[in-house]
Design a protein around this ligand. Structure first.
Ligand code: NCD
Ligand code: ZN
Length: 458
């Protein structure tokens, strides 16, 4: 019998614990929302046990790219509905993007948003601030309020955000570097994609594929090259969100070979859909950057297999069902939901041998927590938050949009066969989801990045 100085509140028994670097048959003892111990034979008489025999336990996923639409666009989604979807998808931490109405580009807006959402979340959450066309003076203030990092939109997307010019970008990078926080970038060249879009529109095109043709790969490659070059000079920690092309990935590898440091993310959507999806789903699958031809999808999977891709995220980007049915590509919004379907889709890919469950943990929990310095997340180990997801890796089912928890549940994955399902989700030791049901009240907390003392003091 293990010698606990304090008794656990409960022990998870019988499961295979999967981490970023392996799997073991172990028990998990939990107390006061934290993991007390991971090891053999922790279950003792009188201590409540959760029997997870036959299941896998993974660290709760950390999704660094969601749009929960508060404030200003709650007809699409809100913090309660979006984080319920996260809980049901085994995602225990979400980090929310700042392209809201109004955008989160000042310390005051950051404070207001935190106030607005703080009691609504069913899982833990972080909030990004934005680098806009003239707000480098606001970066330190947002950092003091707990900004997880900063989002920089180099190319136009949902929301009324003027893309900053290169001077404003550089000043934003310098300010983020001083605050020791990661800058995450939507890397598309705004001038080029507007020019190509205008050409296609003027030629009378309105079909979904025009969106892909208007955002060719080099538009991403150019923006990646420019931002990596500037971030290195500014000394900023750089992350590229939703890298989508073979050419973009090759360029990142070239830049890394020259000594530039940058992490990259691929989206579930860019891994599971190719351009044939425009024929099936129309503008529902309009996404920025666009869903690409199969050769790009294959290159991203190869990047994952080689370990070149750091992170997988969802870009959970909800719109109303009516908006998603828009047939004119120029009127349609980019993005669709995904936070609840990421883990089932990745488990299905794992069952098919496209990656391992360890890879899923590394890409969706361990590396995100490490990259953004989120203390206590991303691992199942003593002292870490008791955030974990019980998974049945062999359960066969069919993805059903009607079972999802978002405000609008239209998804291109409806009807897809799945191998692997989320059985239960725990956030800081609390059961928040089990077998289709959300359990209890919203008790999610804001998560903060751990910053270097020198930067905090500055
Ligand atoms: C996102 C959204 O709708 O907020 N849309 C998208 O197509 N990806 C914005 C974004 O992440 O670029
Ligand atoms: Zn984006």
């Amino acid at each position: 019998m293990p010698a606990f100085t304090t008794a656990p509140d409960f022990v998870v028994t019988g499961a295979t614990v999967v981490s970023h670097d392996g799997r073991r048959h172990q028990d998990i003892a939990v107390r006061d929302g934290r993991i007390l111990a991971v090891g053999d034979g922790l279950a003792t008489e009188g201590i409540p046990a959760v029997d997870a025999t036959g299941l896998m336990v993974l660290p709760g996923l950390v999704d660094m790219h969601v749009h929960l639409r508060e404030p200003g666009m709650t007809e699409k989604e809100d913090f309660a509905s979006g984080t319920r979807a996260a809980a049901a998808g085994g995602v225990t931490t979400v980090v929310d993007m700042p392209n809201t109405k109004p955008p989160v580009a000042t310390a005051e807006r950051y404070r207001q948003k935190l106030e607005l959402v703080r009691n609504k979340a069913y899982v833990d959450f972080g909030l990004y601030g934005m680098i806009d066309h003239d707000n480098d003076g606001e970066i330190a203030g947002m950092a003091e309020l707990g900004a997880m990092g900063f989002k920089l939109f180099m190319g136009q997307t949902t929301g009324d955000n003027r893309c900053p010019n290169d001077a404003a970008i550089f000043r934003g990078l310098e300010a983020a570097a001083a605050a020791d926080l990661v800058v995450g970038v939507h890397a598309e060249n705004d001038h080029l994609l507007r020019m190509f879009g205008d050409r296609l529109r003027d030629s009378g095109r309105k079909d979904p594929r025009a969106h892909l043709e208007g955002r060719p790969a080099f538009v991403e490659v150019e923006a990646v090259t420019r931002i990596v070059t500037m971030a290195t000079e500014a000394g900023a920690k750089l992350h590229i969100h939703h890298l989508s092309t073979a050419a973009g990935l090759r360029r990142v590898m070239d830049l890394r070979a020259q000594g530039h440091r940058v992490t990259i993310e691929t989206l579930v959507a860019h891994l599971f859909l190719d351009d044939t999806a425009y024929d099936t789903h129309g503008n529902l699958v309009k996404l920025n950057p666009p869903i690409r031809p199969a050769a790009d999808v294959d290159a991203l999977w190869a990047g994952i297999a080689r370990g070149d891709v750091d992170i997988i995220a969802t870009d959970h980007a909800p719109h109303t069902a009516d908006e998603q049915a828009e047939t004119d590509v120029w009127q349609a919004y980019g993005g669709f939901i995904g936070v609840e379907t990421m883990l089932p889709l990745l488990l299905t890919a794992a069952a098919q041998g496209k990656l391992t469950v360890e890879d899923i943990v590394r890409l969706c929990a361990y590396r995100p927590a490490q990259r953004w310095s989120i203390a206590g997340k991303g691992q199942i180990a003593a002292g870490y938050d008791a955030d974990f997801v019980l998974v049945d890796p062999t359960a066969e089912s069919t993805l059903d949009a009607a079972s999802l928890h978002s405000k609008h549940t239209v998804t291109p994955y409806h009807g897809w066969p799945l191998t692997g399902s989320v059985v239960a989700t725990y956030v800081r030791g609390r059961l928040v989801y089990e077998k289709g049901e959300i359990i209890g009240e919203p008790t999610g907390r804001q998560v903060l990045p751990v910053r270097e003392p020198a930067a905090v003091a500055r």
